[in-house]
Write a protein that binds this ligand. Sequence first.
Ligand SMILES: [Zn+2]
Ligand SMILES: [Zn+2]
Length: 182
Amino acid sequence: MSGTLELYTFKVTCKYKTKIWRRIEIPGEQTLGDFDIIIREAFEYDKWDHLSEFFPGRAWACRGFGEIEPGGKSRGTKKKIEEIQLVKGDIIEYIYDFGDDLGHKIKLEKISVVEKSEDWPRVIGRNKPKYQFCEECMKEDRKTVATWICLECSDKEQRDVLLCEDCLMKKHEEHYAEKILY
Ligand SMILES: [Zn+2]
Ligand SMILES: [Zn+2]
Protein backbone atom coordinates (compact mmCIF):
# COMPACT_ATOMS: atom_id res chain seq x y z
CA MET A 1 0.00 0.00 0.00
CA SER A 2 1.23 3.46 -0.82
CA GLY A 3 -0.21 6.95 -0.46
CA THR A 4 -0.65 9.31 2.42
CA LEU A 5 -2.99 9.67 5.34
CA GLU A 6 -3.84 12.12 8.07
CA LEU A 7 -2.37 11.08 11.37
CA TYR A 8 -3.89 12.41 14.60
CA THR A 9 -1.78 12.77 17.73
CA PHE A 10 -3.81 12.78 20.94
CA LYS A 11 -2.83 13.18 24.56
CA VAL A 12 -5.15 11.10 26.72
CA THR A 13 -5.14 12.14 30.39
CA CYS A 14 -6.98 10.60 33.34
CA LYS A 15 -9.46 13.21 34.48
CA TYR A 16 -8.95 12.70 38.21
CA LYS A 17 -5.32 11.52 38.15
CA THR A 18 -3.95 14.17 35.86
CA LYS A 19 -0.37 12.98 36.15
CA ILE A 20 -1.31 9.82 34.31
CA TRP A 21 -1.35 10.25 30.53
CA ARG A 22 -0.56 8.49 27.27
CA ARG A 23 0.18 9.97 23.85
CA ILE A 24 -1.48 8.07 21.03
CA GLU A 25 -1.26 8.27 17.24
CA ILE A 26 -4.22 7.17 15.17
CA PRO A 27 -5.06 7.77 11.49
CA GLY A 28 -8.17 9.82 10.73
CA GLU A 29 -9.57 6.95 8.70
CA GLN A 30 -9.62 4.65 11.73
CA THR A 31 -12.62 4.50 14.05
CA LEU A 32 -13.58 5.27 17.62
CA GLY A 33 -13.68 1.49 18.07
CA ASP A 34 -9.96 1.35 17.15
CA PHE A 35 -9.25 4.31 19.44
CA ASP A 36 -11.11 2.59 22.29
CA ILE A 37 -8.97 -0.56 21.98
CA ILE A 38 -5.64 1.29 22.02
CA ILE A 39 -6.72 3.39 25.02
CA ARG A 40 -7.68 0.22 26.89
CA GLU A 41 -4.29 -1.28 26.03
CA ALA A 42 -2.41 1.86 26.99
CA PHE A 43 -4.11 2.17 30.38
CA GLU A 44 -4.23 -1.59 31.05
CA TYR A 45 -8.01 -1.68 31.10
CA ASP A 46 -10.09 -4.73 30.36
CA LYS A 47 -10.45 -5.34 26.63
CA TRP A 48 -13.24 -7.91 26.90
CA ASP A 49 -15.60 -6.34 29.39
CA HIS A 50 -17.10 -2.96 30.36
CA LEU A 51 -18.74 -0.33 28.23
CA SER A 52 -17.04 2.87 27.17
CA GLU A 53 -17.97 5.99 25.24
CA PHE A 54 -16.47 9.10 23.65
CA PHE A 55 -18.09 12.50 24.15
CA PRO A 56 -17.65 15.66 22.05
CA GLY A 57 -17.49 17.72 25.26
CA ARG A 58 -17.88 17.13 28.98
CA ALA A 59 -18.93 13.52 29.56
CA TRP A 60 -22.60 13.00 30.39
CA ALA A 61 -23.23 16.77 30.07
CA CYS A 62 -23.49 16.29 26.33
CA ARG A 63 -24.62 13.42 24.16
CA GLY A 64 -21.85 10.95 23.44
CA PHE A 65 -20.94 9.33 20.13
CA GLY A 66 -22.56 6.08 21.24
CA GLU A 67 -21.57 3.40 23.70
CA ILE A 68 -18.85 0.93 22.83
CA GLU A 69 -19.03 -2.70 23.82
CA PRO A 70 -15.75 -4.60 23.38
CA GLY A 71 -16.00 -6.68 20.23
CA GLY A 72 -19.36 -5.10 19.43
CA LYS A 73 -20.47 -3.31 16.29
CA SER A 74 -22.51 -0.50 17.77
CA ARG A 75 -22.89 2.96 16.30
CA GLY A 76 -20.29 4.23 18.75
CA THR A 77 -17.55 2.01 17.33
CA LYS A 78 -18.02 2.88 13.66
CA LYS A 79 -17.50 6.63 13.58
CA LYS A 80 -14.20 7.60 11.99
CA ILE A 81 -11.82 9.92 13.80
CA GLU A 82 -11.86 12.35 10.86
CA GLU A 83 -15.66 12.50 10.95
CA ILE A 84 -15.60 14.19 14.35
CA GLN A 85 -14.00 17.18 12.61
CA LEU A 86 -11.57 18.15 15.32
CA VAL A 87 -9.02 20.89 15.06
CA LYS A 88 -5.74 21.19 16.93
CA GLY A 89 -6.29 21.97 20.61
CA ASP A 90 -9.80 20.50 20.77
CA ILE A 91 -10.62 18.39 23.81
CA ILE A 92 -13.07 15.51 23.85
CA GLU A 93 -13.79 13.09 26.69
CA TYR A 94 -13.80 9.35 27.12
CA ILE A 95 -15.41 7.24 29.82
CA TYR A 96 -14.22 3.72 30.48
CA ASP A 97 -16.49 1.48 32.53
CA PHE A 98 -19.89 3.04 33.20
CA GLY A 99 -19.83 1.50 36.70
CA ASP A 100 -16.54 2.98 37.85
CA ASP A 101 -16.99 5.96 35.52
CA LEU A 102 -13.29 6.53 34.78
CA GLY A 103 -13.07 9.82 32.94
CA HIS A 104 -10.36 10.93 30.50
CA LYS A 105 -9.67 14.14 28.67
CA ILE A 106 -8.40 13.70 25.13
CA LYS A 107 -6.62 16.63 23.57
CA LEU A 108 -5.82 16.77 19.87
CA GLU A 109 -2.19 17.91 19.78
CA LYS A 110 -1.68 17.84 16.03
CA ILE A 111 -2.71 16.42 12.69
CA SER A 112 0.10 15.51 10.32
CA VAL A 113 0.15 14.06 6.83
CA VAL A 114 2.32 10.96 6.65
CA GLU A 115 3.19 8.10 4.33
CA LYS A 116 1.08 5.03 4.82
CA SER A 117 3.56 2.55 6.17
CA GLU A 118 3.27 1.87 9.85
CA ASP A 119 1.02 -0.02 12.18
CA TRP A 120 -1.43 2.35 13.76
CA PRO A 121 -2.90 3.13 16.23
CA ARG A 122 0.01 3.11 18.64
CA VAL A 123 1.20 4.61 21.91
CA ILE A 124 4.16 6.96 21.39
CA GLY A 125 4.56 8.48 24.85
CA ARG A 126 3.46 8.39 28.46
CA ASN A 127 3.99 10.08 31.82
CA LYS A 128 7.14 9.16 33.69
CA PRO A 129 5.97 6.49 36.12
CA LYS A 130 6.48 7.15 39.83
CA TYR A 131 6.70 3.62 41.03
CA GLN A 132 5.70 2.57 44.52
CA PHE A 133 6.73 -0.73 46.04
CA CYS A 134 5.11 -3.78 47.57
CA GLU A 135 5.22 -3.59 51.35
CA GLU A 136 5.25 -7.36 51.83
CA CYS A 137 8.26 -7.80 49.53
CA MET A 138 9.97 -4.89 51.29
CA LYS A 139 9.77 -6.82 54.57
CA GLU A 140 11.97 -9.40 52.89
CA ASP A 141 14.30 -6.76 51.51
CA ARG A 142 12.99 -7.08 47.97
CA LYS A 143 11.92 -4.13 45.88
CA THR A 144 8.96 -5.13 43.74
CA VAL A 145 6.72 -2.62 42.01
CA ALA A 146 3.29 -2.54 43.64
CA THR A 147 0.54 -3.04 41.09
CA TRP A 148 -2.38 -3.31 43.54
CA ILE A 149 -3.79 -1.41 46.47
CA CYS A 150 -5.76 -3.51 48.96
CA LEU A 151 -8.76 -1.31 49.65
CA GLU A 152 -9.92 -3.36 52.59
CA CYS A 153 -6.60 -3.23 54.46
CA SER A 154 -6.04 0.41 53.49
CA ASP A 155 -9.39 1.27 54.95
CA LYS A 156 -8.75 -0.74 58.11
CA GLU A 157 -5.24 0.62 58.66
CA GLN A 158 -5.95 4.15 57.43
CA ARG A 159 -2.98 4.13 55.03
CA ASP A 160 -2.25 2.83 51.54
CA VAL A 161 -1.49 -0.89 51.61
CA LEU A 162 0.39 -1.46 48.35
CA LEU A 163 1.15 -4.90 46.97
CA CYS A 164 2.58 -6.79 44.04
CA GLU A 165 0.32 -9.29 42.33
CA ASP A 166 2.03 -12.26 44.02
CA CYS A 167 1.59 -10.90 47.52
CA LEU A 168 -1.98 -9.85 46.79
CA MET A 169 -2.81 -13.43 45.79
CA LYS A 170 -0.94 -14.99 48.70
CA LYS A 171 -1.87 -12.71 51.56
CA HIS A 172 -4.93 -10.71 50.55
CA GLU A 173 -6.68 -13.21 48.35
CA GLU A 174 -10.25 -12.54 49.38
CA HIS A 175 -9.80 -8.81 49.81
CA TYR A 176 -11.24 -6.13 47.62
CA ALA A 177 -8.32 -4.56 45.74
CA GLU A 178 -7.82 -2.07 42.96
CA LYS A 179 -5.15 -1.97 40.27
CA ILE A 180 -2.58 0.85 40.43
CA LEU A 181 -2.02 2.73 37.23
CA TYR A 182 1.37 4.35 36.61
ZN1 LIG B 1 5.19 -8.44 46.97
ZN1 LIG C 1 -5.75 -6.84 52.29
